[in-house]
Design a protein around this ligand. Sequence first.
Ligand SMILES: [Zn+2]
Ligand SMILES: [Zn+2]
Length: 131
Amino acid sequence: MLTGSCLCGGIQYQYDGEINEISLCHCGQCRKAQGSAFAANAPLLSTQFHIVKGHELLKNYYSSTVKKRVFCANCGSPLYSQRDDKLDVLRLRLGTLDTKITSTPSYHIYCDSKAEWWQINDDLPKFGMMN
Ligand SMILES: [Zn+2]
Ligand SMILES: [Zn+2]
C-alpha cells in the first residue's frame, strides 16, 4: 500500500496498488497547475485509491469540459486529475507520495509544449501532441 498527502497534511490518501507507469507531462496546463517545468503523473485505478482524511478539502478545477484537476483547498497542492468520461482511472501527481517507490519515469509527453528554458537530458521516449 502506498500513502501520500498534500503540503499542509490536511488531505491524506492511500493506494492499494503499485505505480507502474510514470509520465512526465510538459503540456501548458500541467506546467501552470504545478508551477513547474513539467508534471510527474501516474495512472491509478480509481477503485483502489482512497482519500483517508480531508474529503472536505478536496477542490476541483475543470481545465477542460471533461477533465478535472483536484487539489487541496487549503494549501493548493495538486493531487490528481480525472476525466468524467474515464472515471476508472485517475492520474496521480507523484510529488504528493510519501511512500518511497522504485519505479522511474517511463516517457515524456506533450514535448511540443515544453518550457523553452527546460532541456530534456535523458534517453526516455519523447512524444509530442499525444496523451
Ligand atoms: Zn493541503
Ligand atoms: Zn499535462
